[in-house]
Design a protein. Structure first.
Length: 196
């Protein structure tokens, strides 16, 4: 069982704002209000898809993403950026793995506001657990979803640290503290399983 109080305290100590919600619907309403009227970029996220947030957000904000056919770099120049994480530690570290780098880049620099939306299934007790989760749970599932020809996609059980040209794990970021390049960074915790 994830310790939301411990995680919230450590994230705040690391410079992040934190909001906690019992359901995805509550978090969706909150984010729609926070992002109304802004230009919002987002990275590939099954969490955001599971919430149905992106469709609703487009009614109130200008949403930019390569998932919608925009150039991949266009989302890097929006007022706010929205994505999830591959793993987050109760000790406060935030872990993301990326293939192209557009998503992890936008969590570090270029936006006035950053919102990291996290379901309880992404929470691990410590950094090693969050990294393990990112590599051995999130990455194989994403490789399968993207129909990549990698050992992790074929077997769906763990990372093989492969040399496949279709490998999606090419960049790793760990946010130990709120990056200086982001004016306001908030972690939105949801007590529900969402995404990978």
């Amino acid at each position: 069982m994830a310790d939301f109080a411990k995680l919230k305290g450590n994230l705040e100590k690391n410079g992040f704002e934190v909001s906690c919600f019992g359901t995805a619907a509550e978090a969706t309403d909150y984010l729609l209000e926070k992002l109304a009227g802004k230009t919002v970029g987002y990275g590939g996220s099954m969490t955001l898809s599971d919430m149905g947030l992106l469709e609703k957000l487009g009614e109130r904000s200008t949403v930019v993403s390569h998932w919608q056919g925009d150039p991949i770099e266009k989302a890097a120049f929006t007022q706010a950026y929205l994505c999830s994480v591959n793993g987050i530690a109760e000790t406060g570290e935030i872990v993301n793995i990326d293939g192209t780098g557009n998503r992890v880049c936008s969590t570090i620099f270029g936006h006035d506001e950053l919102y990291l939306v996290v379901g309880r299934n992404k929470i691990a007790p410590d950094y090693d657990g969050a990294l393990w989760r990112a590599r051995n749970i999130a990455s194989p599932k994403n490789a399968q979803r993207l129909h990549r020809k990698t050992p992790c996609a074929a077997k769906g059980d763990r990372c093989y640290d492969c040399d496949s040209p279709e490998r999606i794990c090419k960049a790793l970021t760990v946010l130990w503290k709120k990056p200086n390049g982001i004016k306001r960074a908030e972690v939105v915790l949801i007590d529900q399983e969402l995404g990978y």
